[in-house]
Design a protein around this ligand. Structure first.
Ligand SMILES: [Zn+2]
Length: 233
C-alpha cells in the first residue's frame, strides 16, 4: 500500500575519496549510478579541493553526474570539525521537490506534510519530525478527537474502528516528534522517511479509500437511477 520512499540526501553524504556511488537521481527520479565530475572548496577559501585541509572546518561543493540521464546534481557539504566527521549536506541543484499528500487529506495536514517533506529533503530532520507529529495532531483535529494529550487522542481512534496497526503507526510519529522536540534527538534519514510513509499510509486508509468507496457507491446509485428511468427515447 505504501509509497516507496528513497532518502534523497543520505546517498550523497560526503565520503572522502569516493568517485562513484549509487544514489537516487533527483533528475530522472530513478535509483542510478553516479560519477563525481568535480569537487571544489568554496569556504573559507575558494580553491581546488586538492589543496584544502580536510581535517578543518570548511564547505565543499561536489558535482555528480547521473550515468542514466547524464544530468548533474550539485551537493554542498559543510563540516565543522573536518570531513571525516559527520557533515551537513544539502542538494543545491536541482531544486528539491516536496512530497505531497493526496487532495482527499485535510488542507492543514497537507500543508504541514509538504513542509515536513521540505525539511526532510534538506536534512532538517528534527524539524521534519516535529512537523510530522503536527500532521497527526491535524488529522485528530479533523476527526474531532480532542480530549486529552496526543497519546490519549491517538488511542481514542481505536474506539472509532480504526485498525490497531494504524494507531500504532501514528504513535510512532508522535514518539519521534516528542524525542526530536524535547530531547533534541536527531533521527536518521531512513527513520524520518519511514514515519513520513506511515502518515501517507494513514491518509490512504482514513481519507482516500473512504472517498473512493463513496465515489463508487454514488456511481452505482446513479446507474440504478438511470436503469429505473429506462432507455432514453
Ligand atoms: Zn538521472
Amino acid at each position: 500500500m505504501g509509497v516507496e520512499r528513497i532518502p534523497r540526501l543520505d546517498s550523497f553524504r560526503a565520503e572522502l575519496g569516493v568517485w562513484s556511488r549509487s544514489a537516487y537521481c533527483p533528475n530522472c527520479s530513478l535509483p542510478s549510478s553516479f560519477t563525481r565530475s568535480k569537487g571544489l572548496a568554496v569556504w573559507p577559501e575558494w580553491r581546488d579541493e586538492l589543496h584544502m585541509n580536510w581535517a578543518a572546518e570548511g564547505v565543499i561543493l561536489e558535482v555528480w553526474e547521473c550515468l542514466f540521464c547524464h544530468e548533474t546534481v550539485s551537493v554542498l557539504h559543510r563540516s565543522e570539525h573536518g570531513f571525516e566527521q559527520e557533515t551537513f549536506t544539502a542538494i543545491v541543484w536541482p531544486p528539491q521537490p516536496v512530497d505531497e499528500l493526496p487532495p482527499e487529506a485535510p488542507t492543514v495536514t497537507r500543508s504541514l506534510f509538504a513542509e515536513a517533506s521540505g525539511c526532510e529533503h534538506q536534512g532538517y530532520r528534527r524539524g521534519a519530525a516535529a512537523l510530522l507529529r503536527a500532521c497527526v495532531e491535524s488529522i485528530l483535529d479533523d476527526r474531532d478527537v480532542s480530549e486529552g494529550n496526543l497519546k490519549v487522542r491517538i488511542d481514542a481512534l481505536k474506539d472509532g474502528d480504526v485498525d490497531p496497526d494504524l494507531v500504532k503507526d501514528l504513535h510512532e510519529a508522535r514518539i519521534m516528534g516528542n524525542w526530536s522536540l524535547h530531547d533534541a534527538l536527531e533521527f536518521g534519514a531512513d527513520e524520518v522517511a519511514d514515519v513520513a510513509a506511515l502518515i501517507e499510509d494513514a491518509v490512504q486508509v482514513l481519507y482516500v479509500q473512504p472517498a473512493q468507496r463513496e465515489r463508487m457507491r454514488s456511481s452505482r446509485a446513479n446507474r440504478r437511477q438511470e436503469h429505473k428511468r429506462g432507455p432514453a427515447s
